[in-house]
Write a protein that binds this ligand. Structure first.
Ligand SMILES: *Cc1c(COP(=O)(O)O)cnc(C)c1O
Ligand code: SF4
Length: 333
């Protein structure tokens, strides 16, 4: 036995944790001591978009509270099965923005690479819940790399998906290495929910990759509520920060989750205390099955006005909406 070899072949702890996520609505209800009467609706809704939530994220929820702001982000509800006018399968025009298999470009100077189909968590409001991921190549990045190489006006590549940090370090190293060989790319941006929903993902291999990449690295996190940031998550963010990467956060404004001034202010304060700058607060993209999360534009703007009275300007995220065919996100305040 060569212990070193065995060590190398072990599944990393985060991958085991990711695989052990709760997928059965009955188990989620039972673990949180919730009313079993919620089960038939939850099962009906998961037929369209499966349940998936890491156990560590569930541990940050309050037991017995169906309105817990973390639970609401992942619990399939009967409301999802109701069709609402204006809520569609591709609300952000991703199909039209496809430039190569797995590569979207909507905006000047930056392009988005769908690095992985998978996510560590399934957010019920996500605009990708209806995305035809079968059209996203899994691990076949050559066409996307060719497009990037052929377009010297692209200076920033955004790894997205799915969640790019569901990929193993080995695959990430391969991808980032190939991107590094494209001379006009200056910045590597990673859009990910993994560091906060599965903090063990921020492991040595990832830290090394970010520290030594030839790019200026930006990690855009996705935290919607301050309760998501427990001690383990905070520790993971401190590790990430030490790589020198710029840490930003984008949140989605969600009815019943974070649509109050006090929650949004606490979120900004808590993010900044761990070195994360609030970047965007997105209005919900109107994807089928998410209408119950909607906050209308006018109340959202009123919230932002009030938020500006509570916080220094640098802690107020930009309220944006994604409008199909526009040259940038639409700034609402
Ligand atoms: C949202 C998005 C971006 C990022 O926009 P920024 O304003 O640069 O944060 C880039 N590409 C695509 C396709 C997007 O949807
Ligand atoms: S893409 Fe982001 S918002 Fe959508 S399910 Fe995955 S982690 Fe959640």
């Amino acid at each position: 036995m060569i212990p070193g070899t065995i060590h190398c072949r072990q599944t990393p702890a985060w991958q085991a944790e990711q695989a052990a996520a709760i997928r059965d609505p009955a188990e989620l209800l039972q673990v949180l001591a919730l009313d079993p009467a919620l089960l038939p609706a939850a099962q009906a809704a998961t037929a369209r978009w499966p349940l998936r939530v890491p156990r560590g994220f569930v541990a940050r929820m309050r037991r017995g509270d169906v309105n817990d702001p973390l639970l609401r982000q992942v619990l399939p509800l009967v409301e999802e099965t109701v069709d609402t006018p204006g809520f569609v399968a591709d609300p952000v025009g991703d199909r039209a923005a496809r430039r190569a298999p797995g590569l979207l470009q909507k905006y000047q100077g930056r392009a988005l690479l769908l690095a992985s189909r998978a996510c560590g968590i399934h957010c019920r409001y996500c605009f990708r819940r209806e995305f035809p991921h079968t059209e996203t190549p899994s691990g076949e990045w050559q066409a996307a790399l060719d497009y990037l190489a052929a377009n010297p006006d692209i200076h920033e590549v955004i790894l997205s998906g799915g969640d790019p940090l569901t990929l193993s370090n080995r695959r990430l190293v391969t991808l980032v290495g190939a991107l590094a060989a494209i001379p006009h790319l200056r910045r590597l941006r990673i859009h990910t929910r993994q560091p906060t929903v599965l903090p063990a993902r921020v492991d040595e291999g990832l830290l090394e990759l970010l520290t030594h990449a030839r790019f200026q690295a930006v990690v855009v996190l996705h935290v919607n509520h301050p309760q998501e940031l427990d001690a383990t998550t905070v520790a993971a963010l401190h590790r990430l920060r030490r790589t020198g990467a710029t840490l930003l956060n984008q949140a989605v404004l969600l009815a019943g989750v974070n649509d109050t001034v006090s929650i949004l202010a606490a979120l900004s304060e808590k993010l900044f205390s761990v070195g994360v700058i609030p970047y965007y607060l997105h209005l919900l993209d109107p994807v089928c099955g998410s209408a119950h999360f909607r906050v209308e534009t006018a109340p959202a703007q009123a919230l932002m006005h009030a938020l500006r009275d509570h916080l220094p300007g640098y802690l107020v995220p930009r309220l944006v909406r994604e409008d199909v065919g526009q040259p940038a996100k639409t700034l609402l305040l």
